[in-house]
Design a protein around this ligand. Sequence first.
Ligand code: FAD
Length: 322
Amino acid sequence: MSLSRIWVYAQATDGKVATITLEMLAKARQLGDTIEAFYGGADADAIAAQLGAHGATKVYATGDLDGALHGVPVAAAVAAAVEAGDGPDLIMLGTTYDGRDVAGRLSVKLDQPVITNVVDVELDGDAVVGTEPIFGGSTEVKTKATAGGPAIFLVRPKSFVAEESGGGAAEVATLAVPDTGATGGARITERFVEEASGPKLDEAAIVVSGGRGLGESEKFEMVEQLAKLLKGAPGASRAIVDAGWVPYSYQVGQTGKVVKPSVYIAAGISGATQHMVGMKGSKNIIAINKDPEAPIFSVADLGIVGDVHKVMPKLIEALENR
Ligand SMILES: Cc1cc2nc3c(=O)[nH]c(=O)nc-3n(C[C@H](O)[C@H](O)[C@H](O)COP(=O)(O)OP(=O)(O)OC[C@H]3O[C@@H](n4cnc5c(N)ncnc54)[C@H](O)[C@@H]3O)c2cc1C
């Protein structure tokens, strides 16, 4: 059994399709016969080849949104297409700011529930079933969409592996945006791009994260230094984000980023379930903690029971001398 048609919300920055979009396309290919994307913006031609290479045959694009926030026009356009009888069986959106915005608005317009926080999707006959972690990732529940219209699923990044399928460029079709009135009035007037050197946290092959065990904000420098030497990205527990030592963009976990690097080094992090849900899929986990009973050791492949202030400088020195 497979679904006849699935729509994936395509997001892109500077002509590069977001990894979450490609991850959803990979999963959609396993579930449906026709995989299509929808996109807010005028530059769909620039991303049609990437979408096609990952299995989308068509991309429905709104065209220029005149600086509008995407949620209102994209949701209105998709809802209008569905109401006109041209909708899919399943709409997959990534758990991103715009993805959540579009999903919430679609839910209201189509009077359909949104299944959120989805980490897996399967079919039960012709019904779509989502898997979501609950209680900080300690257990999983399955939710079947039975409402009858297109199922709306918000998918967590890193739930699936993006893989090319070798298709040609997706055909670009028009997704007409109806008049959204005053709701569509908000405009993006300026964008700020956070300065960053090195790989992005959620795409890095090596992540070095620091926690409260570092003792003080200045000591986060050890994390940054180690990450740089390993050509990786620095990350953090929520405790030190909340304490203002590092920006929120560094946070790994349930309410931060999900990472799946080859190597994850946790320094002075206890291993609360809310942290572990964001990193336990890493291939190799190395934990440095002075408490041998720290929960992080339960998921670690290599555990170093010791003081971060002694272990990390030695690691940094060894790498510098290589
Ligand atoms: C709804 C909700 C969402 C949350 N989301 C997240 C999230 O996304 N990400 C997240 O990280 N947390 C999240 N949390 C918070 C989480 O529950 C923990 O409070 C947090 O992860 C703890 O951070 P920590 O491990 O740095 O600090 P602590 O738990 O205080 O642990 C510090 C560790 O450092 C060790 N240590 C101390 N000194 C040293 C030393 N000198 N050398 C070596 N080790 C040392 C200690 O033994 C201890 O294990 C969330 C909580 C809630 C309620």
